[in-house]
Design a protein around this ligand. Sequence first.
Ligand SMILES: Cc1cc2nc3c(=O)[nH]c(=O)nc-3n(C[C@H](O)[C@H](O)[C@H](O)COP(=O)(O)OP(=O)(O)OC[C@H]3O[C@@H](n4cnc5c(N)ncnc54)[C@H](O)[C@@H]3O)c2cc1C
Length: 380
Amino acid sequence: MTVSIWQAEDTQPVREVDLLIVGAGLVGCAAAYFAAQAGRQVMITDTRDVGLGASSRNAGFMITGLDTYYHRAIERYGHDAVRELWGLSARSHAYWRDFAKHGDVRMRETGSMLLAESADEARDLEQAARAMQADGIDVEYVEGDPLGRGYLAAINQAHDAAVQPYELARAVLAASGATLVPNNELYALWPDGPGVMALTRQFRFRARHVLLCVNAYSAQIDSYFADKIIPTRAQCLVTEPLKQPPVLNTCGYSDYGFMYYRDTFDGRLLIGGGRKQNKPLEHDTTDDRVTAPVQAILDAYLRERFPDVVAPVARRWAGIMAFTPDGLPIVGTLPHLPQVGFCVACNGHGLAMGAASAERAVDHLLTGADPGVISARRLE
Ligand SMILES: Cc1cc2nc3c(=O)[nH]c(=O)nc-3n(C[C@H](O)[C@H](O)[C@H](O)COP(=O)(O)OP(=O)(O)OC[C@H]3O[C@@H](n4cnc5c(N)ncnc54)[C@H](O)[C@@H]3O)c2cc1C
């Protein structure tokens, strides 16, 4: 984002802050919570308001792990890294559950099902299940179609859940106790003595530390992220409330994560995905509009897999995720501004990775603790 001289003549009032967090999504709010627990005075600033980025536009699946099936993740990242990543995911879920319990957030212990759309995917799921079981992860491999909708096999992850993500983001902010300044975009950062000056729309913040939790928008703030963050659009549709009972009672996830579906808390069917067939259109954009080719795929999926659902589509929406070249979040500090940390790019799995990644980012920025497998060093 560029800023004209008319928008900011650098005359905004100066506010002294201890830790300024930029971005009030799930990750920024969780970071605010951990920093406050560490005794820091925290302020959050957001271009919009709490949770209005990807955090309130997602499907609300709390699925353990990454978008890469377990055995493939071992091939890609190594066994120790995958154990660490699944541990981060379980830890994130524990935090989200705790925030939800204390914050009056709708969450249902539905479990999740990874479902096979093809014989190849069925073989992959079986291998993934065996690899998870060998590592002591409690999942069940199901031969055949547990949902009676034409799938070929499934992994049942009984410990996963479905959540109302916007309520969750607001609950995490409330639990943090941090002050949020909404409608206050960060324009620029520069060194200021031992700290940082953060120029925003309404204020100039003089901060000891800044933590960037701006996800898909990171490269608009600093060119460090230009070759590390790929903003990627994801889309959903939801029907009107169904006359029949819930059709799924689980978070369904198939075609290697490119399709996903669940019941909402008010009895609608939500379907998301359709990006695989439209990568050039949906990648490298921060434009959160719906596109006809993706919505056509979601419509076709609704007709083909859920022919019993006759309720019309009530709403369609898009949100912007942040992906990295290797599919893992990045946590670190800016090499040219070490008082500025970041925790971005949950790669479409913020409800799996977000809280524990934020915890590591806060530790890293405030104490220098090693962020482990999600350290940004691997991409520098
Ligand atoms: C359609 C869709 C479905 C998804 N489904 C799931 C799912 O089921 N399960 C799952 O785990 N994940 C899912 N995700 C991914 C998940 O939503 C994200 O991983 C998660 O929300 C990321 O949280 P965040 O806080 O990093 O980012 P965001 O929620 O995007 O927050 C970033 C914040 O930064 C603010 N910001 C940006 N630039 C500036 C600036 N210059 N100054 C101030 N503020 C700024 C934005 O306004 C925004 O509020 C989905 C995403 C989408 C879009």
